[in-house]
Ligand binder design. Structure first.
Ligand code: ZN
Length: 71
């Protein structure tokens, strides 16, 4: 009887761990929220680094603000 209980617990763990791993893989939002945020050097707006316009190690929310700082 004890072996059956162990098998049942093992199966349960297998299902739980499997579902957790699957959940982590299927959430594209988690990688997006972990994305690095930068703030615009001109207006202070926070944007994702990949969407920011960078110049001289500074980030801007748009090309307009990058150009505004150049002048
Ligand atoms: Zn800006």
């Amino acid at each position: 009887m004890r072996i059956l209980v162990l098998i049942a617990i093992g199966l349960l763990l297998y299902i739980i761990v499997g579902s957790i791993l699957r959940k982590n893989k299927q959430s594209p939002l988690s990688s997006e929220s972990a994305e690095k945020m930068v703030s615009c050097d001109h207006c202070g707006l926070h944007i994702a680094e990949k969407e920011a316009v960078s110049l001289d190690n500074k980030y801007y929310c748009s090309e307009d603000h990058r150009d505004a700082e150049k002048k």
